[in-house]
Design a protein around this ligand. Structure first.
Ligand SMILES: [Zn+2]
Length: 380
């Protein structure tokens, strides 16, 4: 039995009912009456489910969910939390971004994520679980495989005592990226997936297009005799940008915060090319170089530079107001998350019996339901 989920599929037209609230249990947004905002989505894209018949709609009383959800997935029989947003005794940490790296009692993570986790939390109680090496916990097995999000980011395949498979994606993207392991998709029964960009308007350019846009921005800045300043987050986007820039042959001066994480990437075997540390002493010699810094330090970094031009790397670039929100001259749509097409592709390839979405809103779960996939959105 897999966390109480009925072993035999319920009847196709099972009666749905809203579960009664259980004290201290889950914060669930089970849209059991109507399809919610997802119903308004318009996209000509169809989910190719092959020759599989329409999925049954299982009855989902609260006590029959395959896990509890309370700011993180709780596999209570395994005494394990997946990516909890609160401190927990034992937690799997999917990747090194700060909202996932809380100082838990004991953490499970890939070696690269463990390095970021120790850096952020100063905690040393971490079990390193390399990709593809199943780890046993009681009657349970957890295997980590690449998520394509940032270096070391993993998804978790959890197999219960009855052999039923749950995949938790964490943050992921399927598009190739310059300096991390490419994502994989595993078939599963229960899929818990991140869907930050779960609306059809979110279609991100491929890597070649992003490289072209970045080169265009830098070259045009040089033509105008201003310093190009590229803004990307400290972990992940910063190193992707650095890799793209050095590969294109530019000299890059990197803010210390991104520089320090770049050294972790290199210690894990990633080649980021040649670059230098941005310092007060290096400012007079920045002409002809690209400056790379995190967005929250943009003002401090650009103040002593003189004439410069700024670009922010983000999936939100598709929003025409985004550049005003970030206070930059330009936006380029480089994201470390899956776009709408990738989310659909993931579900089609994983072939889950039921999907739970986290992050974003209910729209993507609603879209899946219209395609005949049983799907529900979980509130963080
Ligand atoms: Zn992340």
């Amino acid at each position: 039995m897999f966390m109480g989920l009925s072993q035999s599929p319920p009847p196709a037209r099972a009666r749905r009912r809203r579960p009664a609230a259980a004290p201290g249990a889950v914060q669930l947004a089970l849209p059991l009456e109507g399809l919610g905002s997802g119903e308004q989505l318009g996209s000509g894209e169809q989910l190719d489910l092959g020759d599989r018949p329409p999925l049954p709609a299982p009855e989902l009383p609260l006590d029959a969910l395959p896990f509890r959800y309370d700011r993180g997935v709780h596999l209570h029989e395994a005494e394990l939390w997946l990516d909890p947003h609160s401190r927990r005794p034992v937690a799997y940490v999917s990747h090194g971004h700060s909202d996932h790296c809380l100082p838990h009692g004991h953490a499970l993570a890939t070696p690269a994520t463990a390095a970021f986790y120790r850096l952020r939390t100063r905690r040393t109680r971490v079990t390193e679980v390399p990709f593809y090496r199943p780890h046993r916990m009681k009657e349970w097995s957890i295997e980590l495989f690449p998520a394509g999000h940032i270096l070391g980011a993993s998804q978790a395949l959890v197999i219960g005592p009855d052999g039923r498979r749950l995949v938790y994606t964490g943050d992921f993207k399927l598009r190739p990226a310059p300096c991390q392991e490419p994502a994989e998709v595993r078939e599963c029964d229960v899929l818990v997936m991140e869907c930050t960009f779960g609306h059809p308007q979110y279609r991100f350019p491929d890597l070649t297009e992003v490289e072209g846009q970045l080169r265009h921005f830098v070259d045009r800045s040089f033509e105008r005799d201003v310093i190009p300043v590229v803004c990307g987050y400290v972990l992940g986007k910063g190193q992707e940008a650095l890799s793209l820039l050095t590969r294109a042959g530019y000299q890059v001066a990197v803010h210390e915060s991104i520089y320090r994480v770049a050294k972790v990437y290199e210690a894990q075997g990633v080649d980021l090319g040649h670059y230098e540390l941005l310092s007060a002493a290096s400012v007079p010699a920045l002409r002809g170089k690209v400056v790379l810094c995190p967005p929250h330090l943009k003002k401090t970094v650009t103040a002593p530079l003189g004439p410069c031009r700024t670009v922010m790397l983000s999936g939100w670039a598709i929003d025409p107001r985004a550049k005003y929100r970030y206070g930059v001259d330009e936006m380029i749509g480089l994201s470390d998350h899956a776009d709408f097409s990738e989310l659909l592709e993931y579900v089609a390839r994983a072939r889950p019996r039921i999907v739970y979405t986290v992050h974003g809103d209910d729209a993507f779960a609603g879209y899946l339901r219209r395609q005949g996939v049983e799907a529900h959105h979980l509130l963080v």
